[in-house]
Ligand binder design. Structure first.
Ligand code: GDP
Ligand code: MG
Length: 318
């Protein structure tokens, strides 16, 4: 086990043999980022491309975890395997919300065909928007055929993470204004499938109408996002949701859009990695002794800001 504490590739191999503890450690390495995570990234890259990713997003309390758990039951009834990443960008550690999720997921915790992991920031350079695709690739390389990413749809980063899946499910609830809120949060644009969960409450038809109206105003491609009703806590409508996911998958595959979407995503990831690396370099430079010295010279009027900047940029303290 010692070897597993130090060597990320050994961790990967052990996880590949089905060791859950090794997988947990591997995911922690990815979450932390840095050289070890990069090593795992380059080691696994040639083995990815088989996993299909599902994003699940919506307001807190809309029922994402309940739906995820209900979907997991459907997936298991088809004897397929599913990995679940519960992404929580708001907390640096896993907080109380995830505890509730754990209760909702407890049917699945002893199931070898289900993997559940909550992810928090932990200081990965670039945060979860970079850690999540790395984590997905690791699960992909380990042979998980389905990876579901649950994230709260309340901020740009969160919406982007869920939107970066192959199929994105947007969860809303019945009630006046819920769909409007979702629209404001930018969720309409990333939705491939809408789910009105808690359809046991009144107002579900109004919400459906709201979504339909918003869809009519937006420019749709050749996939019209279906609007489904579910009661996650009763497993109601969840089979139909799984069918919709599979239909969307077939659509993406037959239209060639799956390949192009994934390609756009890696291009965006590349851009973000470069941006974050440069930001990091800027921060390091501005913290260094040369910057301190140049700031003094600047204050004393011995140097102009442009000359000071070029001197900093030309040196390498990182
Ligand atoms: N009445 C009703 N309650 C639900 C339904 N789905 C989830 N809930 C409840 O809504 C609360 C929040 O659910 P949760 O899955 O944690 O939401 P999340 O924050 O979006 O992950 C929990 O108390 C669930 O039991 C549903 O379809 N109907
Ligand atoms: Mg949740």
């Amino acid at each position: 086990m010692n070897r597993l504490n130090t060597d990320p590739i050994a961790l990967f191999e052990a996880a590949h043999e089905g060791e859950r503890l090794a997988l947990a450690k591997l995911m922690s390495v990815v979450e932390r980022g840095g050289d070890e995570a990069r090593l795992i990234g380059s080691h696994t890259y040639a083995q990815v491309g088989n996993a299909y990713t599902i994003g699940m997003t919506g307001a807190p309390g809309s029922g994402k975890s309940s739906l995820t758990s209900a979907l997991a039951s459907v997936v298991r009834s088809e004897e397929q395997r599913l990995a679940i990443l519960a992404v929580d960008p708001s907390s640096p550690f896993t907080g109380g919300a995830i505890l509730g999720d754990r209760v909702r997921m407890q049917d699945h915790v002893t199931d070898e065909g289900i993997y559940i992991r909550s992810m928090a920031t932990r200081g990965h350079l670039g945060g979860l928007s970079l850690a999540t695709p790395q984590a997905v690739r690791v699960l992909d390389a380990l042979g998980w055929p389905w990876v579901l990413i649950e994230t709260v749809g309340v901020g740009q980063v969160e919406v982007d993470i869920a939107g970066a899946a192959d199929t994105t499910i947007v969860v809303v609830n019945p009630g006046w204004g819920d769909a409007v809120q979702a629209n404001k949060a930018g969720l309409m644009e990333v939705a491939d499938i809408f789910v009105i969960n808690k359809a046991d409450r009144k107002g579900a038809d109004d919400t459906r109408r709201d979504i339909q109206q918003m869809l009519e105003l937006s420019s749709l491609g050749d996939w019209e996002p279906p609007i489904l009703m579910t009661v996650a806590t009763d497993q109601e409508g969840v089979g139909a949701l799984w069918e919709a996911v599979n239909e969307h998958r077939s659509h993406l595959q037959s239209s060639g859009e799956l390949t192009s979407r994934r390609s756009v995503r890696t291009q965006e990831e590349l851009l973000e990695i470069v941006q974050r690396s440069l930001e990091h370099r800027v921060a390091t430079l501005m913290d260094g002794p040369t910057a301190t010295k140049l700031r003094e010279e600047l204050a004393e009027g011995k140097i102009d800001p442009y000359t000071a900047a070029s001197r900093l940029i030309e040196m390498d303290e990182s």
